[in-house]
Design a protein around this ligand. Structure first.
Ligand SMILES: [Zn+2]
Ligand SMILES: [Zn+2]
Length: 275
């Protein structure tokens, strides 16, 4: 499978000269299976440029998995061009309230003028899909699994397996924080994955001021990668106040602490990974 990062930033978009290398758009990941099935995880502002790319092809089916409903994982959908084109089919999975979350972006029953298009006026067919129902489902040769995350108001993480390739995406997750899942649960979920993409928003020194916020420091993410025996750790959900040079510094600290053989990288907008 092949994955492309379209949005790597946490909390709020931060465009500008300080974030050009790692990106300013919020959470969005595209996965293409060997059979050509497309899975998109999250509809942060990174989904807008993905939608522009998709306009170059004939209408098709998109499987959209929503991790949770916080704005940075949802807001890009109002400018996702396939939603505005007849013939596109957008099947939803992941967070159980994903459909009502997307609807809420368009429709507010108070008439307070947030957005001029109604959800039911969108020409694309947008619907929940039984094919994508948690905790385990199949999309052709791609197996999807889901797990609960430690995050305020909840969240869902995903694992994708296709033949010998395996990829886990856990963002907005506080390892060791309050929530339903223990470190052992995450180690089991990630066991033997080739690639682990994990929330690495904070430095260890920043955790004291952010405990319970639902995000991890890089040291916790590195521990998980080591215990689960993954080959490659990619940190994402970069803090909005961290510029490119500071992300470089953070990754340098992780690399110095990593065991030999574990590849460590920072997710960057436009980065493509063959898994
Ligand atoms: Zn987030
Ligand atoms: Zn969140």
């Amino acid at each position: 499978m092949r994955l492309t990062f379209w949005g790597t930033r946490g909390s709020i978009p931060v465009p500008g000269p300080d974030t050009v290398r790692y990106g300013g758009n919020t959470s969005c990941l595209e996965i293409e299976s060997r059979e050509g099935r497309r899975v998109v995880v999250d509809a942060g502002t990174g989904i807008r440029p993905l939608g522009r790319k998709l306009m170059a092809q004939e209408p098709d089916e998109i499987n959209l998995l929503i991790t949770h409903l916080h704005w940075d994982h949802l807001l890009g959908f109002i400018f996702f061009e396939p939603a505005y084109r007849k013939g596109w089919v957008i099947k939803l999975g992941g967070w159980p309230l994903g459909l009502s979350g997307l609807r809420g972006l368009f429709d507010n029953h108070l008439g307070d003028g947030h957005f001029p298009v109604g959800f039911d006026d969108l020409p694309a067919k947008i619907m929940p899909s039984r094919e994508l129902e948690a905790p385990r489902s199949r999309l052709g040769g791609l197996t999807l699994r889901a797990c609960p995350l430690n995050h305020p108001q909840g969240g869902v993480g995903f694992r994708f397996d296709e033949r010998e390739a395996s990829l886990v995406f856990l963002t907005d997750n506080e390892l060791g924080g309050p929530g339903p899942a223990s470190l052992d649960d995450f180690v089991r979920f990630c066991a033997g994955a080739r690639v682990l993409i994990h929330d690495g928003q904070y430095l260890p020194s920043e955790m004291a001021g952010h405990a319970g916020w639902g995000h991890s420091d890089w040291a916790s993410a590195l521990d998980l990668a080591r215990l689960a025996g993954v080959e490659r750790l990619i940190l994402t959900h970069h803090d909005p106040s961290r510029d490119d040079g500071q992300v470089d510094d953070l990754i340098g600290q992780v690399r110095r602490a990593a065991p030999p053989g574990l590849v460590v990288e920072a997710a960057a907008e436009g980065m493509v990974v063959e898994v």
